[in-house]
Design a protein around this ligand. Structure first.
Ligand code: DX5
Ligand code: ZN
Length: 238
């Protein structure tokens, strides 16, 4: 039985984490490619679930997660881009998810959904699209373990980073300082060697990258390069 922390209580002590998004991996060689990314220093695997309704694309579900769970030891971060996530959270938890995030835009009863995730022993995250203001999260910042800021419109890998989303990261850092809350901040979309530094300087602690890890070349050295760029940015963070 694998053991994972059920809270981010040691947030301050953690370095920047790189979470490769398997959306851009070769699914016929999934375990091998994710294994290489972990060898390169990835500490979380990002698992994108799309339903063809909330986002205009369809991806993968619990059976793939269950197989991947057996192949990797690091936590799996399940990003649910689906309508009615409450109906599927138990299945993803059962299949081996460690972190589960839901979109604010899909949850009528967001507080209930976040507690449902926690009741299954997973860390709970909330995601906001580029057009959704941080203010919509004000009543759940003391409930969530992490906030995922989308820096592209969700649905596809390999899209261009939207720089204005970093203002939301800065706002979240400010709110966390003001409220004494302890959530971590993740970013997803368009992260490359050119964009990762500014994201980290804005306050991001967990970086999702798909195309930059699996698009071309060796996933292990791609992860190493991204982490190096992220770590050098932390040195100049104010
Ligand atoms: C987009 C997904 C992302 C995506 C990131 O809807 O949620 O996780 O795979 O891919 P890149 O890093 O290629 O933008
Ligand atoms: Zn994602």
């Amino acid at each position: 039985m694998l053991e994972f922390p059920q809270s981010f209580a040691t947030r301050e002590a953690l370095l920047i984490e790189l979470a490769p998004s398997i959306l851009s991996a070769d699914f016929a060689r999934l375990a091998e490619q994710v294994g290489a990314a972990v060898q390169g220093g990835a500490t979380v695997v990002h698992f994108d679930v799309m339903d063809g309704h909330f986002v205009p694309n369809i991806t993968i579900g619990p059976p793939v997660l269950q197989s991947l769970r057996k192949a990797v030891k690091v936590p799996i971060d399940c990003h649910l881009m689906i309508e009615n996530p409450d109906a599927y959270i138990p299945a993803f938890a059962e299949a081996g998810a460690n972190w589960i995030s839901v979109h604010q835009e899909t949850c009528v009863h967001l507080n209930r959904t976040l507690h449902l995730i926690k009741s299954h022993g997973c860390l709970a995250g909330v995601v906001i699209n580029p057009a959704t203001p941080v203010e919509t999260l004000s009543e759940v910042l003391d409930v969530v373990d992490y906030v995922l800021v989308m820096s592209v419109n969700p649905g596809f890998g390999g899209q261009k980073f939207i720089p204005s989303t970093l203002e939301k990261v800065r706002t979240l850092v400010g709110l966390r300082n003001a409220n004494g809350t302890n959530f971590r901040i993740e970013i997803d979309g368009g992260m490359t060697l050119d964009t990762i530094g500014e994201a980290v300087r804005a306050g991001v602690e967990i970086v999702v990258a798909g195309n930059a890890v699996f698009g071309k070349g060796d996933p292990a050295s791609n992860v190493q390069g991204l982490l190096k760029a992220a770590q050098s940015a932390t040195l100049v963070r104010v």
